[in-house]
Design a protein. Structure first.
Ligand code: SF4
Length: 335
């Protein structure tokens, strides 16, 4: 392609600007034998209007990474590195500014809406909380909340807005959480396992809703999940984590269709619906590595079918294997 054609293509389809840049994020938690590194030198970006999926088994560090981004790491956690929000470092930001950012800039959808919602307050009151705090008059809050409940697919929002969480089903409660998140018109929604507590049919509906939110509201999303099927439905980009480190980054479609890291590949073939409708699932061998006893070299080596001597002694560094595709493996798969 000529230089001029390149320039025209870039103008027609410009790279979305990074909203959030996670740079060399590490998190240490206090342990009986000293600090335990649960997140180790993690870097990735979330672009405006895009959905980035953070995926891994339990203990991979994905939820810990999310908790640092939202500014609520566990007590005693030591967070280092940079979390740049529009270029401002949230790690060193004053707590008052971070609080302002939560809800307005970054909103959160939790795994268990039952626990996240206040049982003593109506759904309408909870969804409208951020609007009232922003000084919106009561009548307008009511109208906006009803509109939000309607937008997230809650039927009869005029009646439903005056009901309490126990009067909602699990799926409707999660929709109410999405409405609460949208109320602050956030630029980024951080969704932590948003469908795990729901049954399969309801999961599909919530995923369709999240896709609609991404497309219609132009809100970026950081989706944390252990479930590859969830990622396959929603994620534009995928960050795969193992034992507190990133092992693969790339476009959701490419990573899930042709994984380059043996761990990603093992994850993909362990889920038949992701691999193909007819393929038989191959369970992941062994158990996830504990960050407290992270194996030497590549932490996946005790479970990896491709492991060689070098893998047990030398930590694989991230390297580019294709455009927009990075892998931390000494012997990546062909992409
Ligand atoms: Fe497997 Fe070695 Fe690659 Fe680790 S570095 S994933 S052990 S081949």
């Amino acid at each position: 392609m000529s230089k001029v054609t390149d320039q025209v293509a870039a103008e027609l389809d410009p790279e979305p600007a990074p909203l959030l840049q996670v740079e060399h994020l590490s998190i240490d938690l206090p342990g009986p034998a000293g600090p335990v590194r649960v997140v180790d030198d993690v870097s990735f970006t979330v672009a405006a209007g895009r959905t980035t999926g953070l995926i891994g088994e339990s203990g991979s560090g994905k939820t810990m990474t999310a908790s640092a981004i939202i500014g609520l790491p566990p007590p005693g956690a030591a967070v280092t590195g940079r979390l740049l929000w529009h270029g401002d470092d949230m790690v060193t930001m004053a707590e008052q500014d971070r609080r302002r950012l939560r809800g307005r800039g970054i909103a959160m959808i939790f795994q268990d809406p039952q626990a996240a919602l206040d049982p003593t307050q109506t759904i309408g009151r909870q969804v409208g909380e951020i609007l009232r705090r922003g000084g919106m008059p009561a009548k307008e809050v009511r109208r906006t909340v009803i509109d939000l409940l309607d937008r997230v697919g809650i039927p009869d929002p005029q009646t439903r807005h005056a009901q309490y969480p126990h009067q909602y089903s699990g799926g409707l409660r999660q929709r109410a959480m999405v409405a609460t998140a949208l109320a602050g018109s956030p630029e980024l929604i951080l969704a932590d396992e948003p469908t795990t507590a729901l049954d399969v049919t309801v999961q599909a509906r919530i995923l369709a809703l999240l896709r609609r939110v991404r497309d219609e509201e132009d809100t970026a999303m950081l989706l944390v999940s252990h479930d590859l099927r969830v990622m396959a439905h929603v994620a534009d980009e995928v960050v795969v984590m193992y034992a507190g480190r990133i092992c693969e980054v790339g476009s959701g479609r490419e990573v899930l269709n042709s994984p380059a890291h043996p761990y990603t590949r093992a994850l993909v073939v362990s889920v038949p619906a992701v691999r193909s409708r007819t393929a038989i699932a191959e369970p992941l061998p062994g158990s996830p590595a504990s960050p407290a006893e992270r194996p030497s070299g590549c932490p996946f080596h005790p479970r990896c079918a491709k492991a060689q001597d070098r893998c047990a002694s030398e930590v694989p560094r991230m390297r580019q294997v294709a455009a927009g595709r990075q892998v931390a493996c000494h012997f990546p798969e062909e992409t």
